[in-house]
Design a protein around this ligand. Structure first.
Ligand code: NAP
Length: 252
């Protein structure tokens, strides 16, 4: 069965690796091409956009894809929308593999905001030392608040013109440990953390470290995406694919 995995997350990579070793499946792993040295699974890989809903729909038909798993990051909302629409056009079954959101724990001090513009506003007027752990794409929003100084962490360097004036960039790819995150926040005298509610374990230690130090977190809520069948782990995604392999599934 040809399976398209829309990737870019740890779970997407792990699912692709599982399918790569399973000769019932012929998995295709798709990435947008944002990172310079992406982690690629041992499946056929395709890098670059499809060209919107129509491009994806055409590609699904041309490549005879029988199932699509949207395992993109919860903040990759455009790709998730496109997947829902293309699945509806082509009747290719779609499953969204998405980790659960982080939940507020005792001791957390979160300011939950709807988007990055609201995150900028949540930093307030008084100068602060903020840790931006949001990837590089949306760092430019913080040029609107140049009174703060920023520690920006990303996998690849953000464009210099999109950086706020008082910025320091560190290039790191997760997973991160609690001890390292604690040291990073302390060493850099961070007053406030800005994070997306990504979910999962790899990026969570910064939230735990902020809790330990009593540092507030501006938590950007996930963007809304249209409904699709969902699961939260790789085993459930595999079970969904196996169900599609059953002969009865094709008669319905
Ligand atoms: P996005 O805004 O939802 O998507 C913008 C466009 O990029 C899509 O319309 C599509 O182009 C292309 N695209 C996105 N994901 C793709 C994929 N897996 N395969 C092929 N094309 C893809 O996406 P984004 O937020 O820029 O994220 C891009 C990638 O980075 C995704 O794979 C995502 O999983 C990963 N990622 C994102 C974040 C984040 O915070 N946003 C964090 C970690 C990883 P066409 O319309 O031309 O098809």
């Amino acid at each position: 069965m040809r399976v398209l995995i829309l990737g870019g997350t740890t779970e997407a990579f792990q699912l692709a690796q599982r399918l790569a070793g399973d000769d019932r499946f012929d998995a295709l792993y798709a990435l947008a091409g944002r990172t310079q040295k992406p982690l690629l699974p041992a499946t056929t890989c395709r890098i670059g956009g499809f060209g919107g809903v129509d491009g994806l729909a055409r590609w699904l038909v041309d490549e005879r894809v029988s199932a699509m798993i949207d395992a993109t990051h919860p903040f990759a909302a455009q790709m998730s929308r496109n997947a829902v629409e293309a699945a509806a056009i082509t009747y290719v079954p779609l499953l969204r593999l998405q980790r659960a959101e982080w939940q507020l724990q005792p001791g957390d001090d979160w300011r939950i905001v709807a988007d990055m513009a609201a995150a900028v506003a949540a930093l307030g007027e008084q100068p602060q030392r903020a840790f931006l752990a949001i990837g590089r794409k949306e760092v430019a929003a913080f040029t609107a608040a140049p009174q703060h100084s920023y520690l920006v962490r990303a996998v690849d360097a953000p464009n210099a013109e999109g950086l706020p004036p008082q910025s320091q960039v560190i290039l790191q790819r997760g997973p991160f440990t609690f001890a390292d995150e604690l040291a990073l926040l302390q060493h850099n005298r961070i007053d406030i953390v800005v994070s997306k509610n990504a979910g999962g374990t790899a990026a969570y230690p910064k939230i735990e470290a902020a809790r330990q130090l009593g540092i507030p977190v501006v938590m950007v809520a996930r963007p809304a995406v249209p409904h699709a069948p969902e699961c939260a782990d790789i085993d459930a995604a595999l079970a969904w694919l196996e169900e599609l392999l059953r002969p009865e599934a094709h008669r319905e």
